[in-house]
Design a protein. Structure first.
Length: 617
């Protein structure tokens, strides 16, 4: 019997060490052979960088898998009892064969730059190995339909990961997280051979990230991205005993595990179509690039997408560890969050294009005007949130085994709830606001609409079928809908605030004054009222602690607080805020950015001189 300890501990550690050791040799070989990616206008990197890092990943992973199989004596045979397809291969063997073929296609492309059609044919051949070995999306029971859907999944995810390889460390980190989540799923299913395969891949990717973390010394190239995409897409659909083959289990888990590549590809495709460009065209408009365009550093943008991948992967894991109802709840919230992030990045992109006067946004303008009149996208998002809230109300209200009995009524009443609430929302004009400028007044309108909608739902359900209606569910549903709908509408402003807080654009400034007054000025700066300044710290001489945190920023206290704040943050400007006893408007100095009227607070901005001591000014 195969030793799980050997597979789950030794394999990833060995893959990490081997890959980290091999990458420098691969890098020198790539430089010697001239396989270096030059700086190009449609690419992100700013200096020539060798490719072929995928060779190091493939070798580190492959040597460990081969060694583990030889030592255990039955690597592929461990899965031989599973149903096989047309080809006489176990899933373990099919995964290795298909990903190796994809690696060779990518390696050839790294050397001779294959035509897109040739590369696509190679990917389809590799995906066919998985398909004919029994790995696929078996949804309809019609083999031809399922085969086409499976090929679309394998090739789509492979290219999605290839497109995601657009910033140092991004694709490797997302693939590492995905492999780790899949390893956890296979371990819980008792599939130690597949878990070992996923962990070996995770170890190899970690070894690669040692050299690919920003600033990268080497890129993985197409050999790496195609290999990773094919292997991960196949692993995500690999069968195991005891694994539910329902539509939910088949689609939700892989989609969550690989959510970031899917989101990035969808975002780029929609954006380029709206700009009148080919989706296959290269460019600096991926999700990572958009985060950087908002002012984030490259490293922070990568970490944001890594975190998003970990969040989505954790939800995918929830589908294997929680009941179906709780998994649906988590999945619905995750989908809503991903849609909102994608929508924000899409809108921010086009706003920048419009500000720059770039042509080619006519289609976007037409769709935006159409959506203003018929907000079907926001209504679809609300329908998802309403369904999630209604399910959440049942989960909160009822315990097992009562929940199982009440779910039948939930399924019957859900369509009524969705239709009635959406009709009330439409009639009360809750869809006319711009999410980028959402305020308290608009939020109160949504709450009033939700109150009326909840009363209308209760009345409709009483008229249709009184038995089964729970007042507790209606009340909890009202609270959850209020929370989710208002949060979703404020999400754009929240993301805008955090983007500005993480921004590297503008002169770094220290705010000096009483912390209560600083809070008002800080809020205005975070809302982008003065884009030339970027708050980095606050200083209040009367604060008792020498250093604390306030609203996520360092707050310096005591008499020398201003000097310490400027010295430790490297600020280039200070914003002096003090009470204006006359309530007059603080006037800016000539040549300085003005902050305007701030409710009886006098505000002055100073550019710092070298050697300036703020404690004595």
């Amino acid at each position: 019997m195969e030793d799980p300890l050997l597979t789950l501990v030794w394999a990833p550690v060995a893959a990490l060490i081997l890959t980290a050791f091999l990458i420098p040799f691969v890098r020198r070989a790539a430089i010697g052979a001239g396989h270096v990616t030059a700086v190009r206008r449609d690419r992100w990197h700013q200096r020539p960088t060798p490719v072929l890092g995928g060779v190091g990943i493939f070798l580190g992973f492959g040597l460990v898998v081969l060694g583990s199989s030889l030592i255990s004596g039955q690597g592929p045979a461990a899965l031989s009892q599973l149903r096989m397809g047309i080809l006489p291969l176990t899933p373990w063997e099919a995964l290795i064969a298909a990903s190796s073929l994809a690696f060779l296609v990518g390696l050839l492309d790294d050397f001779v730059q294959l035509r897109p059609t040739v590369k696509l044919v190679g990917q389809i051949l590799a995906a066919s190995v998985l398909l004919m070995s029994g790995i696929g999306l078996w949804l309809t029971g019609i083999y031809l339909v399922d085969a086409l859907l499976s090929l679309l999944w394998f090739v789509g995810i492979t290219n999605a990961l290839n497109l995601l390889d657009n910033m140092d460390g991004l694709a490797g980190g997302v693939a590492l997280i995905s492999a780790g989540v899949l390893a956890a799923i296979f371990f819980m299913d008792g599939r130690f051979a597949l878990a070992g395969l996923a962990l070996a891949l995770a170890g190899a990717l970690l070894g690669f990230l040692v050299h690919n973390y920003p600033p990268a010394k080497i890129f993985m190239g197409d050999s790496g991205s195609l290999f990773l995409g094919m292997l991960l897409s196949g692993l995500a659909l690999s069968p195991g005993p005891g694994l539910s083959r329902s539509l939910l289990a088949i689609m939700a888990v892989p989609a969550m595990v690989l959510a970031v590549p899917i989101l990035d590809t969808a975002l780029v495709t929609v954006s380029r179509v709206l700009e009148g460009r080919s989706p296959a065209e290269g460019g600096k408009d991926h999700s990572s690039h958009r985060l950087v365009s908002l002012g984030m550093s490259e490293e922070r943008a990568v970490w944001v997408l890594w975190s998003l991948s970990l969040f989505a992967g954790s939800v995918g894991l929830l589908f294997r560890t929680a009941s179906r109802s709780y998994a649906l709840l988590g999945g619905g919230l995750a989908v809503a969050a991903l849609v909102l992030v994608g929508g924000y990045l899409l809108q921010a992109r086009f706003e920048k294009l419009l500000e720059a006067g770039v042509k080619g946004t006519a289609l976007y303008d037409r769709i935006l005007r159409l959506h203003t009149r018929f907000p079907v996208l926001l209504m679809a998002l609300d329908a998802l949130l309403l369904g999630v809230a209604y399910l959440g109300a049942y989960l909160i209200r009822w315990d097992q085994p009562q929940l199982a009995q009440e779910m039948e009524y939930f399924q019957r009443s859900l369509p009524v709830v969705l239709v009635v609430k959406l009709l009330v929302f439409v009639s009360l004009n809750v869809y006319r606001e711009n999410l980028r400028h959402y305020g308290l007044g608009e939020a109160l309108r949504v709450l009033r609409a939700n109150l009326l909608a909840s009363v209308s739902v209760a009345a409709a359900l009483l008229m249709l079928q009184r038995t089964g209606l729970s007042r507790g569910v209606i009340v909890i549903d009202f609270l959850l809908v209020s929370l989710l709908t208002v949060a979703s509408r404020f999400s754009f402003r929240i993301m805008e605030t955090w983007a500005r807080r993480w921004s590297q654009v503008g002169t770094p400034a220290v705010l000096i004054g009483d912390v209560d007054d600083l809070e008002t000025v800080l809020g205005e700066m975070e809302r982008g009222r003065w884009p030339d300044l970027r708050p980095v710290a606050l200083a209040d001489r009367r604060a008792q602690d020498r250093q604390a945190r306030f609203k996520g920023y360092p707050l310096y206290g005591k008499g020398d607080a201003p000097d310490r704040a400027v010295s430790e943050t490297g600020a280039g400007a200070v914003v002096l805020v003090r009470r204006d006893p006359d309530g007059s408007r603080g006037e800016p100095r000539e040549g300085e950015p003005g902050l305007g009227d701030l409710g009886g607070r006098e505000v002055e901005v100073y550019n710092l001189r070298v050697g300036m001591s703020l404690s004595r000014e």
